[in-house]
Write a protein that binds this ligand. Structure first.
Ligand code: FAD
Ligand code: EPU
Length: 340
């Protein structure tokens, strides 16, 4: 285990933003984790946990020890006739886990294929895609407190999950380093094709009875057709959340903009497509000074060579201003911003 001081962070975030971290270390097990907490404490440095850096905007130098969570391993901790419970180490790659579970005949993660990043980061924003969120399979989160290294455990309810939200963004923000998650997966194939893009894919490909493997292939194919690969065009996925409106507010917008995609939620609120609004404002394909809005997806901001977090945030605020002026809606940034 080696501590790198004054480390360039551009290889460690998928937007490839160029800032320096005071120090950086990659940990591969619990002993290294505890040692890194002590190393930071001895130098009065705070800690920023990081997985694969696919949901962060590094807008300034990080005055902290960045701890890259690389601890791997998948363990079966319980099994019934219907369900298997896995304990998955936080450093495992999320998509690798999804693929592996399907190979084992464990179902429930297929709609979440190809989401970049680590397992340990997945609870932070309750990752979700194509009609499924992490909270539908998560049993427990295991972590260590950053202040004193104490081991703690949270059940699903204690995680206070919501749309792109959890207690790790509020009451426990910057308090923990997640070490593992327990997931309960089904041993019986069951599929969720409620999301329109999946239903359309099945229709177009003549798939009458989709299997979990079929859903996995559909999700991979849909995602590859519209989301840019960060390795080629540096990005952090959706840059803004889809706003959640009260039903009345959504109805008023729908009356004015009949093609605005709306997604009614179980709590009565309605999710509104941020991509559609940004697209309508004419931003899709916009490009200036090494930054831009992806030509295939208006929700994805791309670093075409600017490498500057502040400039990226300035573009984001120009976008939110036009959406606010046009639709009266305030967009919220989805990735975690450091240093704004
Ligand atoms: P990082 O970016 O490294 O970290 C994100 C945040 O989590 C940081 O605040 C960090 O401090 C914290 N964190 C990370 N690991 C730990 C840990 N072990 N303990 C405590 N805190 C931690 N997200 C979706 O929900 N759905 C999608 O469909 C989706 N699609 C995407 C597509 C693309 C092309 C990209 C680039 C991103 C996409 N994302 C999506 C966002 C991203 O993949 C997820 O948020 C993912 O969980 C981030 O994982 P990471 O390891 O890269 O986290
Ligand atoms: N649309 C446009 N213009 C565009 C792109 C999309 O009008 O440029 C329209 C589409 O036609 C569609 C609607 O917007 O009717 C929604 O588009 P899409 O299905 O691509 O989903 P999204 O709302 O843009 C969300 C998540 C994604 C997730 C997909 C699939 C958020 C902020 N984003 O995107 O998550 O993969 O749904 O479930 O909730 C991420 O969080 O980084 C991410 C990529």
């Amino acid at each position: 285990m080696r501590y790198y001081q004054s480390q360039d962070m551009s290889p460690y975030n998928t937007l490839r933003l160029q800032v320096q971290a005071a120090a950086l270390v990659a940990i591969n097990n619990d002993v290294e984790l505890v040692a890194s907490l002590e190393w930071a404490r001895a130098r009065s440095l705070s800690i920023v946990p990081l997985g694969e850096g696919s949901n962060v905007v590094l807008a300034d130098n990080v005055d902290a020890l960045v701890v890259l969570q690389r601890t791997c391993g998948i363990e079966t901790i319980a099994r019934t006739d219907d369900t298997v419970v896995l304990r998955v180490a936080a450093g495992e790659n999320w998509h690798g886990l999804v693929r592996w579970t399907l190979q084992q005949g464990y179902f429930g993660l297929e709609n979440l294929a190809l989401i970049p990043g680590t397992v340990g980061a997945a609870p932070i924003q309750n990752v979700g895609a194509y009609g499924v969120e992490l909270q539908s399979v998560l049993l427990r989160v295991h972590a260590r407190q950053l202040t004193d290294g104490r081991v703690i455990e949270l059940n699903a309810k204690e995680c206070e999950f919501g749309y792109r939200d959890s207690i790790f963004k509020h009451g426990l923000k910057d308090q923990l380093l997640i070490t593992a998650v327990d997931l309960a997966l089904s041993l019986h194939p069951k599929v969720n094709i409620r999301y329109p893009a999946i239903a359309n894919y099945c229709l177009e490909h003549g798939i009458v009875s989709p299997t979990p493997h079929g859903i996995f292939d559909a999700v991979v194919s849909i995602r590859q057709s519209k989301l840019p690969d960060p390795a080629v065009e540096p990005n952090a996925g959706s840059f803004f959340k889809n706003p959640l409106l009260q039903a009345q507010e959504a109805q008023a917008l729908e009356a004015e903009y009949s093609s605005l995609p709306l997604y009614p939620q179980s709590d009565g609120r309605v999710k509104v497509s941020a991509a559609w609004m940004i697209d309508q404002c004419g931003w899709k394909g916009f490009r200036k000074e090494g930054l831009g809005v992806h030509p295939e997806h208006a929700l994805v901001l791309v670093n075409y060579g600017s490498n500057s977090g502040p400039q990226l945030l300035s573009l984001a605020s120009d976008i939110t201003a036009t959406v606010r002026r046009t639709f009266g809606i305030q967009l919220e940034i989805e990735p975690r911003v450091y240093g704004s």
